[in-house]
Design a protein around this ligand. Structure first.
Ligand code: FPP
Length: 254
C-alpha cells in the first residue's frame, strides 16, 4: 500500500527520482488570448522557472524538460528563433540562481543545429555546474528519442568495430550507458500538459516503466500545485514492474 500522508502532503521518502515533462500547450495558450505563439512560449518559460524551483524545494533529484524537439526545427523560422532567444534569456537570467541553488545542468539532444550563442551558453552553464549535487536539470534541446537511440547504436557499433566491445556483451546497461541520459536514473514519472495523450518521441527507452500523468492544463498555466498533484497521483500508484501484486508489495516493503 502507498504510505499514508497528511491530506495534500507528499511523502518525501517516495518522491520520483526523475520527473520528465513534455511542456505542451504554449501555442494554444497564446492563441486563446489573441497573442503570437511566441508569447505563449515566453509565458511557458515563467512556468519553467516555477517548476524548477518547486522540484528543487521538494527534493526531486532529476528534472528533464522537453524544451525543443528535433521535429520543432520544422516550425516557422520566427517561432524557432523566438524559442532559441528564450532559451538564451533563460540561461542568462537563471544563471545566478542555478549556481546558488547548486543545480547541475545537463543537456540531452544533438546541439549541432542549435545557434552557436545558445550552444556556447548552455555548454558553459554545464561546465560551471558540473560539480553540483542538489538537483540535476536536464534540458532536452534538439532532442528526439529515436535519434538519441540511433546515436547510441552508432557509438556502440564504433566501439565494436574497433574491437573494444563484443557484440554479444551489448545488453540493457550498455545501451543505457550510450544514451544522452547516461548516469541519470530512468524517469519514474512523465508528465505531459496540454491534454494530448502521447509521448512524442520523448525518453522512449528510459520511460519504459515510467508512470504517465496527463494534464489538460496548458503549460503556461501549470503551477507548483499541479506538479504536487501529479506527484501525489504518482505516489498513490502501485508500480509492479511486471511482477504480481504480492511480489510488488514485498518489493515495496524491502
Ligand atoms: C510546446 O507547445 C512547447 C514547445 C515546443 C517549447 C517549450 C518551450 C518553453 C516552455 C519555453 C522555453 C524553455 C525553457 C527551458 C526556458 P506548443 O507550441 O506545441 O503548443 P500548442 O500545442 O498549443 O501549439
Amino acid at each position: 500500500m502507498a504510505r499514508r500522508t497528511r491530506r495534500g502532503a507528499l511523502d518525501r521518502g517516495r518522491l520520483p527520482r526523475h520527473i520528465g515533462i513534455i511542456m505542451d500547450g504554449n501555442g494554444r495558450w497564446a492563441t486563446a488570448r489573441g497573442l503570437e505563439r511566441s508569447r505563449g512560449h515566453r509565458a511557458g518559460s515563467r512556468a519553467v522557472r516555477a517548476v524548477v524551483r518547486a522540484c528543487r524545494r521538494l527534493g526531486v533529484p532529476v528534472l528533464t524538460l522537453f524544451a525543443f524537439s528535433t521535429e520543432n526545427w520544422g516550425r516557422p523560422r520566427r517561432e524557432v528563433q523566438a524559442l532559441m532567444e528564450l532559451l538564451s534569456e533563460f540561461i542568462a537570467r537563471e544563471w545566478q540562481e542555478i549556481m546558488r541553488r547548486e543545480i547541475r545542468v545537463v543537456h540531452l539532444g544533438d546541439l549541432r543545429r542549435v545557434p552557436g550563442e545558445v550552444r556556447r551558453q548552455l555548454l558553459s552553464l554545464e561546465r560551471a555546474t558540473r560539480h553540483h549535487r542538489r538537483m540535476t536539470l536536464a534540458l532536452a534541446l534538439s532532442y528526439g528519442s529515436r535519434e538519441e537511440m540511433a546515436r547510441a547504436c552508432r557509438r556502440l557499433a564504433a566501439r565494436a568495430a574497433a574491437g573494444r566491445l563484443r557484440p554479444a556483451a551489448i545488453g540493457i546497461d550498455e545501451v543505457s550507458a550510450a544514451l544522452d541520459t547516461r548516469g541519470l536514473p530512468d524517469p519514474d514519472l512523465i508528465i505531459r500538459t496540454g491534454g494530448e495523450l502521447r509521448l512524442s518521441n520523448f525518453l522512449l527507452w528510459q520511460g519504459a516503466y515510467a508512470e504517465l500523468f496527463f494534464s489538460k492544463r496548458l503549460w503556461p498555466d501549470f503551477t507548483e500545485s499541479d506538479l504536487r498533484a501529479a506527484i501525489a497521483d504518482f505516489q498513490s500508484r502501485r508500480r509492479r514492474f511486471g511482477l504480481t501484486d504480492e511480489q510488488a508489495e514485498e518489493r515495496e516493503r524491502a
